[in-house]
Ligand binder design. Structure first.
Ligand SMILES: [Zn+2]
Ligand SMILES: [Zn+2]
Length: 272
């Protein structure tokens, strides 16, 4: 049985497919290989908008607030066709000024059943939302970790997507990084937030380092550290196209299996 809770839609401007297309892709996977590739749950989690759509250049990779009703309705309508539970969520960036947006709007008003923290940005010294893979200094990197750890502790988020995303911009693992990631893993354990092995990262162009080619993420040393600390894990596709749902999910799961990491199938089993 497979599950995936990290799925995008056409609304974010850098993915394709509507919720129904992902449900169909999940159903077809099971029909083609019923023993191995049957999905038992699917979560749709497109990049969330922020109030006023004021995220400057980030607005280009998100739906706008006025698309929220359509997003919610589309998922509800599509879920009727699914032979498995379909969950409605969002993938969110962290900015503490939006604390009430996550809780009172996305969850309470719009009915999101879960929120993924996909920390792509950090708030830099100019107050801008800077993309972490482009970070070129340790001061900013430490800011990223401080902010992401604050986000994990906020109680707003149910899954931490690609926790090793900073390694997309860094060549080598070192003691400082190990300490930063160690604090991040501890925060996730304390908050009971599973860490996500991300299938999409395995399909990004690989990174050349002095030790050879590797994935931008998942980054092996991070996962070995998280395993040794007793974190909880999920494997998700981060699908940006319906045809990538099955392959990304299986790749993420394969990475986890190879490392001897056990993944939670469905953390939302108790939700209706
Ligand atoms: Zn995306
Ligand atoms: Zn994503």
């Amino acid at each position: 049985m497979l599950t995936n809770f990290h799925t995008h839609t056409w609304m974010c401007h850098h993915a394709t497919g509507r919720p129904i297309d992902y449900i169909r892709a999940a159903m077809e996977a099971g029909e083609n290989n019923p023993n191995k590739d049957t999905f038992s749950a699917l979560g749709i989690s497109d990049h969330c908008p922020f109030p006023g759509d004021t995220e400057y250049n980030w607005i280009r990779v998100k739906m706008s607030c006025d698309q929220l009703p359509e997003y919610v309705a589309d998922i509800k309508a599509a879920a009727e066709y699914a032979p498995f539970p379909v969950y409605m969520g969002f993938e969110c960036e962290w900015d503490p000024q939006f604390l009430s947006w996550y809780k009172d709007e996305l969850k309470a008003k719009w009915g999101a059943q879960y929120l993924i923290l996909g920390a792509h940005w950090f708030i830099d010294k100019y107050g801008d939302h800077a993309y972490i893979p482009n970070c070129d200094n340790r001061t900013d990197l430490h800011t990223y970790f401080d902010e992401t750890i604050e986000a994990i502790g906020s109680g707003c988020f149910d899954i931490l997507a690609h926790p090793d995303l900073p390694m997309a911009g860094i060549d080598e693992w070192d003691d400082d990084l190990k300490a930063c990631f160690s604090d991040l893993i501890d925060a996730a354990i304390d908050a009971n937030v599973p860490l996500e092995v991300n299938g999409e990262g395995m399909n990004r162009p690989q990174k050349m380092t002095k030790n050879g080619l590797r994935y931008q993420y998942p980054f092996l040393e991070f996962w070995e550290l998280a395993k040794s600390k007793g974190a909880t894990f999920m494997a998700n596709a981060d699908a940006h196209a319906p045809e990538r749902l099955l392959s990304n999910t299986k790749q993420a799961r394969g990475f986890a299996t190879e490392l001897g990491i056990e993944c939670i199938q469905n953390p939302f089993n108790n939700l209706k």
